[in-house]
Design a protein around this ligand. Sequence first.
Ligand SMILES: *[C@@H]1O[C@H](CO)[C@@H](O)[C@H](O)[C@H]1NC(C)=O
Ligand SMILES: *[C@@H]1O[C@H](CO)[C@@H](O)[C@H](O)[C@H]1NC(C)=O
Ligand SMILES: *[C@@H]1O[C@H](CO)[C@@H](O)[C@H](O)[C@H]1NC(C)=O
Ligand SMILES: *[C@@H]1O[C@H](CO)[C@@H](O)[C@H](O)[C@H]1NC(C)=O
Ligand SMILES: *[C@@H]1O[C@H](CO)[C@@H](O)[C@H](O)[C@H]1NC(C)=O
Ligand SMILES: *[C@@H]1O[C@H](CO)[C@@H](O)[C@H](O)[C@H]1NC(C)=O
Length: 372
Amino acid sequence: MKKYLQFVVLLSIISFATCIKSQDSNISSQKRRLHFDEKGEFKIIQFADLHFGETDLKDLLSVSLMNYLIEMYHPNFAALTGDMVSGYAWDNTTTFYQRNWKKYTSPFGLHNLSYSIILGNHDDQANLNRTQIMDLDMTNPHSYSNKSVPGLPEGSNYYLIIYENATSNVPKAVLWFLDTHDHECEDNTNSWGCIQRIQVEWFENEITKINKQYDNLLHVAFYHIPLPEYVTLYNNYKVYGTRGESVGCPQINTGFFQTMKNNNVRAGFCGHDHNNDYGGFIEGVELVYGRKTGFGCYGPQQDKMRGARLLHLNLQGNQTPSFYHEILQADGTRKQNGEATYRYDKDEEACGSTAGLQYPDTQPKTKRRSEL
Ligand SMILES: *[C@@H]1O[C@H](CO)[C@@H](O)[C@H](O)[C@H]1NC(C)=O
Ligand SMILES: *[C@@H]1O[C@H](CO)[C@@H](O)[C@H](O)[C@H]1NC(C)=O
Ligand SMILES: *[C@@H]1O[C@H](CO)[C@@H](O)[C@H](O)[C@H]1NC(C)=O
Ligand SMILES: *[C@@H]1O[C@H](CO)[C@@H](O)[C@H](O)[C@H]1NC(C)=O
Ligand SMILES: *[C@@H]1O[C@H](CO)[C@@H](O)[C@H](O)[C@H]1NC(C)=O
Ligand SMILES: *[C@@H]1O[C@H](CO)[C@@H](O)[C@H](O)[C@H]1NC(C)=O
């Protein structure tokens, strides 16, 4: 608990600031174009696995941590990469998701911060299905979320263009959001969910069109469940960060990584495995975990603080924007990724069967395997 002392002290300051600011927190903000700021920067904060809905105290702490990191680091955008709500903690009311959605989106009204969501495997386990959650989120003036186009599986598949500046019509970066669903990948019912082949085809069509039209775009992707290549990465390539549990990836490879690579996507960011925050490169494509943000459910690992990942995108004239990222921790410190190294332990249990899977109760679990 000691490591949260500073955070708890700050909590009271933040609550005070919240009182002051809430007077103008409902200023309506029109849907705007996303663009690099006056400094030529676009900073994205990735909130991973917020897990609202378990207890009021945990929700209060999660909101406070989000507010704290936003106030401290002033991102231009927030990407919520799934499992914003612990659907398994459903109280059987028809307002459960809506109430928790109000909580987890409150920092964006307070700070006038644009954001968007993708769905995890737990979001749709309560009273709203995937389409209904996306419809709800799209009513928020700060939300840039979008639904899958007709023909794709229901949920969160879309992209957002970041323009050069407030007035320019020149796109400089594209953020891709892909829905990995719940369980089942293609026809394998024993698997974690995945980006299905039909989504990969949609993605390939769209990105090909965009890359034909514009040069030097920076492409970055977000999805909840890690790709099978996260295992390949850990077992065979140099990685930075921590692997605290087996990778919960699908058992089928639907080719998303290869399609990212073929179309110049620079990096992909996931959540899902709360005790993992590692990343590294395979053939020029960086695969990265976020840092567990929310106080619900298990993780992060006991020697780690909750936090978020901050992506820095920077304009480079006519070149492709440059890009790096780091972890923001709950005590306000930032943690660089550090040097990547080969690891001697191997992930032998990855992409394991989800047969017999039981949803965790609201007690934090120390090991993910106990959840399976
Ligand atoms: C904020 O909301 C309140 C109550 O809904 C309303 O009376 C007020 O005019 C709103 N303020 C702004 C600035 O929109
Ligand atoms: C919700 O309803 C189910 C089925 O009736 C029941 O088993 C469960 O205990 C209920 N949950 C709560 C939190 O009331
Ligand atoms: C909210 O942010 C947008 C730009 O992101 C800006 O245009 C707008 O003026 C801001 N609104 C307030 C109330 O600060
Ligand atoms: C989700 O809910 C909407 C509205 O009730 C309904 O039209 C749609 O068919 C549902 N989707 C699924 C997959 O059940
Ligand atoms: C959602 O995506 C569709 C299809 O790409 C696009 O036509 C529409 O403008 C998007 N809506 C929003 C609110 O971004
Ligand atoms: C936006 O970019 C265009 C094209 O590079 C440039 O002409 C214009 O001055 C820029 N505007 C601002 C506000 O920086």
